[in-house]
Design a protein around this ligand. Structure first.
Ligand SMILES: Nc1ncnc2c1ncn2[C@@H]1O[C@H](COP(=O)(O)OP(=O)(O)OP(=O)(O)O)[C@@H](O)[C@H]1O
Length: 255
């Protein structure tokens, strides 16, 4: 396992997770998890079903209160940060859009809440390819369209850091390529992305750094380039470190 020397409150780390634990009753969803997300990178967050990815991402963005540990965003505990759509853009399902509202209306209220200009709504609708569906009710959206709406919401503030939970789910091949290009371009411009995914082949083409968890615990952190040097694929690492090979069921983190 590659450990990071970045200290907890180091503002040079876009995100630093330190000793994060989240319990639901007797179930431990995230277990003493620490990892670092370097600025200007796309970091992939992987693990079997029930490993604790969504729970950890929620804690990273301040949507779940950790039982123990701290998530730092640019060196500040996320719980001490004022909501700032220009710093942190988040897409974690459910996106909270009322099924009876149109996609455009949903984005307009988010923009107003975040103090962003209305023109950003048209811009992000164009960016995610939802212009034609903007006047339709969200309840009528396909899974891929809901995914695009969630991405549009995350992109509203053109944020420095994006946290996306399984953003590829439901996207068509064109959408998957579009998202890969978008995320790579953002990283090339100094932006940071932390995303979870089960699509290891696709993720291997997108991410710079890899964090793998199993049963709530870190089992691997390292750079894709290091894997490429050793000839290991992301899938090799995933199966070797999570022991998920051949298992059809969910491991879960509960003990
Ligand atoms: N609100 C909650 N109340 C109780 N248990 C929860 C809650 N949220 C998550 N869990 C439990 O925490 C564990 C981790 O769930 P989580 O959704 O974080 O995993 P995941 O890695 O995102 O899974 P998947 O890949 O299937 O989306 C699971 O055992 C889940 O049942």
């Amino acid at each position: 396992m590659t450990s990071s020397r970045t200290s907890a409150a180091d503002p040079a780390a876009a995100i630093r997770v330190e000793g994060l634990t989240k319990r639901y009753g007797r179930r431990t969803a995230v277990d003493d998890l620490s990892f670092t997300v370097r600025p200007g990178t796309v970091t992939g967050f992987f693990g079997p079903n029930g490993a604790g990815k969504t729970t950890a991402l929620k804690a990273v963005v301040g949507l779940a209160r950790p039982t123990a540990g701290v998530a730092f965003v640019r060196g500040t505990p996320v719980t001490a940060l004022r909501p700032d759509a220009r710093l942190l853009g988040v897409h974690i399902e459910p996106c909270g859009a009322h099924p009876g509202r149109t996609g455009r209306a949903h984005l307009r209220s988010l923009a107003a809440l975040a103090g962003l200009p209305r023109r950003r709504v048209s811009e992000v609708l164009g960016l995610v390819g939802l212009e034609d569906a903007a006047a339709r009710r969200v309840g009528k959206y396909s899974m891929g369209m809901r995914q695009r709406l969630g991405l549009a919401a995350a992109l509203l503030g053109d944020p420095e850091i994006l946290v996306l939970d399984e953003p590829v789910n439901g996207l068509d091949p064109q959408g998957i390529r579009w998202l890969r290009t978008l995320l790579r371009e953002r990283a090339a411009q100094g932006g940071t992305v932390l995303l979870s995914s089960h699509m290891l082949g696709e993720a291997a083409r997108t991410v710079d750094d890899v964090v793998v968890i199993d049963r709530g615990r870190l089992v691997h952190q390292g750079a894709m380039a290091d894997l490429e040097r050793t000839g290991e694929s992301l899938e090799d690492v995933f199966f070797a470190r999570t022991g998920a090979a051949g298992s059809g069921g969910t491991g879960g983190a509960g003990r």
